[in-house]
Design a protein around this ligand. Structure first.
Ligand code: SF4
Length: 434
């Protein structure tokens, strides 16, 4: 244990007992208030620098992407929407021919594109446009210059962060096989801001873990090799399909909590260190400074957040790790932790660290959950954009969950920023009340 670490509170031990490992989960189905998987394009298009995301959808889809990402466009965006018009919907036009024409025009204008994602939507699903066949057809025509893949971001199939999962899962079959007898390598899975990725790489370097790859890569031709000597460390909790696809290629998952907050980051890094046989003294030396910095940055927010009650509506699947961070490092009280999908295996270490008796829910029945939220009278509600305004009007402070996905929050140097995302709405409300 690092000399700067607090008294250890490991999963399943200490005050929390076994935490919420075997806790009952309220499963709800009904009306839900969540973005669709197209939203993932907003952060993915900045991540893979020579990729392009072509949504095959309606004007609604185009508006969603444009308004979510519009403020971040500086030059030529790396996404667009091929609009399905009414005559396509009525089956009066050959949508495949039109799609081929749009793709040809796009690639002519943008010769820098190396990886093209055809992204399905509700309308493309409704007219049963087979985008996987379209991707194969286009790949045959234009490969090797441009690789064409497809995934679905439709609101019928995906919520919010599941778009990233679907995108990364589509990349897995494209990853080269690791050479026979390859030395073990570490694959960090999940889109991280480049600044965070660089910090992580420096920490792994300092520990002596040399072969480290990230999925997604920064460029299409930098896909990491994968095979039985690949150890994967999930950086995001919403990557069920991607992890399954990687396991199908032989990769093994390192069980760990997620790198949110001081404790989560240390345990996440330690999972890799132990798998690669890093000496504990070397691990402590590599992490001590970052951990101390992060601990100080988080502490500055404890006074405002300690003892305050927080309610999570299901949105990004980050809810359980965030709740763990807020309860253990900032002493917040958890009224309810809702998640669109609760992956017991990937969240095992997180659930073990939640306070016993935490109310957990999966899926959504909006009206019932709103009633529970009003009854709980939380100090802060984490929810989607659609719920935030009405809840603010009812006197509750809110935090948009989408901000937690757009903002770099993983790792030591972001732990203070992560705490600030929760303390700021309370500070603002306190100022307004004054
Ligand atoms: Fe709306 Fe479906 Fe398009 Fe998403 S994919 S913006 S839910 S129509």
């Amino acid at each position: 244990m690092n000399a700067l670490s607090p008294a250890p509170r490991l999963p399943g031990t200490g005050a929390g007992g076994a935490g919420c490992t075997a806790a009952p989960v309220l499963r709800e189905r009904g009306q839900r208030e969540v973005f669709c998987g197209l939203t993932g394009i907003v952060w993915l298009h900045r991540k893979i620098q020579d990729a392009f995301f072509l949504v095959v959808g309606s004007r609604t889809c185009a508006h969603l992407i444009q308004s979510a990402a519009g403020v971040m466009i500086f030059a030529e965006p790396r996404f667009a929407t091929a609009i399905i018009e009414e005559r396509d919907l009525a089956g009066l036009a050959d949508a495949n021919e039109e799609l081929d024409r749009v793709v040809a025009r796009l690639l002519e204008r943008r010769p820098d594109i190396r990886l093209l994602f055809l992204v399905g939507s509700c309308p493309s699903e409704v007219i049963k446009l087979d985008l996987s066949r379209a991707a194969q057809r286009l790949s045959r025509r234009i490969h090797p210059d441009v690789r064409v893949l497809n995934y679905s971001g439709s609101g019928i199939e995906t919520t919010f962060t599941q778009g990233e999962d679907a995108c990364l899962a589509a990349l897995v079959p494209e990853m080269p096989a690791e050479p026979a007898g390859a030395a073990p390598s570490l694959l960090v899975v999940g889109a991280l801001a480049e600044v965070v990725e660089d910090q992580m790489r420096r920490l792994f370097d300092a520990m002596g873990i040399a072969r480290v790859h990230f999925l997604p890569p920064r460029r299409a031709n930098e896909l990491a090799p994968v095979g039985p000597n690949t150890l994967m460390l999930l950086a995001q909790p919403f990557l069920a399909d991607t992890a399954r696809a990687l396991a199908g290629r032989g990769a093994r998952r390192l069980p760990a909590p997620f790198p949110l907050g001081v404790e989560g980051t240390t345990m996440w890094l330690r999972a890799a260190a132990e798998a690669f046989g890093v000496d504990p003294t070397r691990f402590a030396a590599a992490t001590a400074a970052g951990e101390a910095r992060a601990r100080g940055a988080v502490a500055r927010h404890r006074e405002r957040l300690a003892g305050r009650k927080i309610f999570f509506f299901p949105d990004s699947q980050l809810e359980v790790p965030l709740a763990r961070f807020l309860s253990r490092e900032l002493d917040m009280e958890l009224a309810e932790v809702g998640s669109p999908y609760l992956h017991r295996e990937h969240l095992a270490e997180e659930l073990a660290m939640l306070p016993e008796g935490t109310a957990l829910s999966e899926g959504q029945h909006l009206d019932r959950q709103l009633d529970r939220c009003r009854d709980a009278r939380p100090d802060l509600v984490v929810c989607g954009l659609g719920l935030a305004n009405p809840l603010e009007a009812e006197g509750m402070a809110t935090k948009w969950s989408i901000e937690l996905v757009f903002t770099p929050i993983q790792g030591y140097d972001q732990a203070g920023d992560l705490a600030a995302l929760f303390s700021r709405p309370l500070l603002r409300r306190a100022k307004l009340e004054v």
